[in-house]
Design a binder for this molecule. Structure first.
Ligand code: HEC
Ligand code: HEC
Length: 208
């Protein structure tokens, strides 16, 4: 709180020089936020926890959209725990994480992660299932998730190399209608049977 007052006084009192200092203060705050995200999403968003999505290299548009959806609680917010840091073991969820972020915070966070490389998860997959999944993907999903879902520019997350347990939960959220989805994705998702869904997850997990 004291810090905020100082920043305000500088801004009001010291004109341009004050603004310059204030910009420094904002940047420091964002670095703090990035540190707190890292307690779950790993360094620069390259999560090593299989139930926490890798977010490095996502488009900034997708990250902004996700954070707004969490803020409005329009997307499920499964309870989770800090994996490292001072709050290790404490419970929280993404809606609570997003709640207090300003528009400027979200924008800067999104730009930060968009500038990093998506680091594919090292995980086991079944090659036969992955092969089946490849065909399902080509027929139903490739149109919007290009190159096996590896292009950030689609603004649709990155599926290729994402953690399979996270994807499994996500498929459940879509299937039960808990997570909203694009109008043209829904009919494709609704058509998938259990075996096809499993095959898709192994296909995305096969990207190394
Ligand atoms: C306590 C752990 C935790 C912290 C801290 C945390 N996250 Fe998350 N985050 C998660 C989990 C778990 C999910 C997956 C939730 C779900 O199933 O929707 C997630 C999902 C996301 C997603 C959606 C990814 C996708 O593929 O749709 C984004 C974006 C995100 N987090 C960004 C952030 C940012 C930015 C911060 C820091 C301000 C942050 N998270 C802090 C655990 C955390
Ligand atoms: C008409 C375009 C379109 C089609 C077709 C489509 N998707 Fe999507 N998909 C999107 C968009 C846009 C998003 C991001 C917006 C959102 O999450 O609501 C998305 C999000 C996703 C996500 C969430 C990613 C994350 O990080 O949480 C998964 C998983 C997914 N799609 C899988 C599929 C699969 C599997 C298929 C084929 C059966 C498919 N999609 C077909 C456009 C499409």
């Amino acid at each position: 709180m004291a810090q905020k007052t100082t920043r305000f006084a500088l801004l009001a009192g010291a004109g341009l020089f004050g603004l310059f200092l204030a910009t420094g203060a904002w940047a420091a705050d964002v670095n703090k936020l990035i540190e707190s995200c890292a307690n779950c999403h790993g360094k620069d968003g390259a999560s090593t926890e299989s139930d926490i999505p890798i977010i490095s290299g996502f488009s900034s548009q997708y990250i902004i959209d996700s954070m707004v959806t969490y803020k409005k609680k329009e997307r499920p917010c499964p309870e989770t725990k800090y994996r490292t840091g001072d709050k290790k073991g404490q419970k929280i969820d993404m809606c609570q994480v997003a709640k207090d972020l300003s528009e400027a915070d979200v924008k800067q966070l999104a730009q930060h992660y968009a500038g990093k490389k998506f680091v594919r998860a090292q995980q086991k997959f079944d090659p036969a299932l992955a092969k089946k999944g490849k065909d399902v993907h080509a027929g139903q999903c490739e149109k919007c998730h290009s190159d096996g879902g590896s292009l950030a520019a689609d603004d649709a997350g990155i599926l290729a190399g994402q953690w399979m347990p996270y994807l499994e939960e996500t498929f459940k959220e879509y299937a039960t209608g808990k997570r909203p989805q694009p109008k043209k994705m829904k009919p494709k998702m609704d058509k998938l049977d259990k075996a096809q869904t499993e095959a898709l997850i192994h296909y995305y997990g096969s990207f190394k």
